[in-house]
Design a protein around this ligand. Structure first.
Ligand code: FES
Length: 116
């Protein structure tokens, strides 16, 4: 049911309010829907003034990419094996696996729009 509901919003962004409070070099976790029932969990990161959205599901072995200060002020990390990813495109900076999933994000006055 939730997947079907989320499917209705494909092509339309989800608005996440309060991103103006996201500091440079920080990542914040956001649940979109019920994560245990098919929702999506992302981290929103502010890097060079822009907001980027990365799925928290680590592409290595299913750990979770964590919120908090960005590593070296630029990268998100999964603490399970300490792989790091560039939130701009999900590319692997440290480690060896495929890219982390990223989503298009656009900040507006009301918050950040994220296309799932
Ligand atoms: S599961 Fe994320 S780094 Fe290994």
């Amino acid at each position: 049911m939730l997947k079907r509901l989320l499917g209705m919003f494909r092509g339309r962004p989800v608005l996440i309010p309060g991103t103006d409070e996201l500091a440079e070099g920080e990542a914040r976790k956001v649940d979109i829907g019920d994560v245990g029932a098919g929702g999506t969990q992302i981290v929103l990161c502010r890097l060079d003034g822009q907001v980027y959205a990365v799925d928290t599901l680590c592409p290595h072995e299913g750990g979770r990419i964590q919120p908090g200060p960005l590593v070296d002020g630029k990268f998100v990390t999964c603490p399970l094996h300490n792989y790091t990813f560039d939130p701009r495109d999900g590319s692997v900076v440290r480690g060896s696996c495929k890219r982390a999933k990223t989503y298009r994000a656009r900040e507006r006055a009301e918050g950040c729009e994220v296309w799932l």
